[in-house]
Design a protein. Structure first.
Length: 322
């Protein structure tokens, strides 16, 4: 999953801080215990000697098994004695051991060169933080998408908006639950206030939880940042060309809100076409209908939207105040 470099660096920083904090706190407790309980310090010295002796025996050519068992038994007894002394003096028996957030990897993030589950979860959490900077991710779930707000009266074409919304909700939920790098592209059409952004963010929530990287942004913000990057003004840009093109799922919100100029058109074409060629899924939502899209964009873009995207059109009136 190609997360942004900044996410990997943030995760590394957090893991390092967790580990250093745990070890520093353990050292403070150990120093205090050594000062107040010298007998524990003596036991620690004995345990160190036993550990060294056992490691030496592994290189011994003779039969050292019996001696190793004897030393381990002695070590076990010393540990039990240390625990008893600590408990009697109000300390936890593991007070001298670092209290790592993840005891499996000791907050290193890897186990035998394989990423630990705590590291995976941290990357997911940081990915969500990135999306939250520009959208209300936590407010938009499939479970709180209320189809009751849509009319159950047929429109002029005999289509019932509520039934259409329920069908689209189910399709988006299945799309997110079964998402993979070969998933199809989606185009959500509908008037303002019909839940397109909500469904897009609900997809993002599930896809991120499944361990995939997601880049979410409005068409306007993405185009502006990529233009700044192109002309060397992208030091504080949130969206980068590589981030937009390389993420597992790109979600473009509000297609059509970008500034109308040739650069924006070229940028959108490059994004849409490049991700199609690299077989990377994209979800786009827009307030425009197909006829408006055909009038707004040239054929290079519209032909790809019609030929490479699964279209879902939400019907009805603005539900935000209903």
């Amino acid at each position: 999953m190609p997360y942004n470099k900044s996410i990997y660096l943030k995760a590394e920083h957090i893991l390092t801080k967790r580990r250093n904090d745990a070890e520093a706190e353990a050292k403070i407790r150990a120093d205090e215990i050594k000062l107040n309980l010298p007998e524990v310090d003596e036991i620690q010295g004995e345990l160190s000697k036993i550990g060294l002796e056992i490691s030496t025996l592994f290189f011994y050519n003779g039969n050292a098994e019996e001696k190793v068992l004897e030393l381990r038994s002695k070590s076990k007894a010393l540990v039990a004695k240390r625990s008893e002394i600590l408990r009697k003096n109000g300390y936890d028996e593991d007070a001298m051991t670092p209290d790592y957030i993840c005891p499996v990897c000791c907050d290193k993030g890897f186990i035998n060169n394989r990423i630990c589950q705590c590291h995976r979860q941290l990357l997911k959490d940081l990915m969500k933080e990135e999306v939250r900077k520009h959208a209300p991710l936590d407010d938009c779930k499939f479970d709180n998408f209320d189809t009751e707000k849509y009319s159950d009266e047929p429109d002029e074409n005999g289509i019932i908006p509520r039934q259409r919304a329920e069908k689209i909700l189910d399709s988006c939920r299945k799309y997110a639950q079964n998402f993979n790098k070969n998933s199809k592209n989606l185009l959500l059409l509908g008037m303002t206030g019909l839940g397109k952004t909500h469904l897009s963010l609900a997809i993002a929530n599930v896809v991120i939880n499944r361990g995939y990287s997601v880049c979410y942004g409005t068409s306007q913000n993405i185009c502006e940042d990529l233009q700044n990057e192109q002309f060397g003004r992208g030091d504080d840009a949130f969206y980068t060309k590589r981030g937009v093109l390389d993420c597992d799922l790109l979600i473009i919100d509000d297609l059509g809100t970008e500034v109308e100029n040739q650069y924006s058109i070229a940028t959108l074409y490059n994004i849409i076409n490049s991700r199609i060629l690299s077989k990377k899924p994209t979800v786009i939502n827009t307030n425009y209908d197909f006829s408006e899209l055909l009038g707004k964009y040239d054929q290079r873009i519209t032909s790809r939207l019609t030929g490479e995207y699964t279209v879902m059109q939400i019907l009805g009136k603005d539900i935000r105040n209903s």
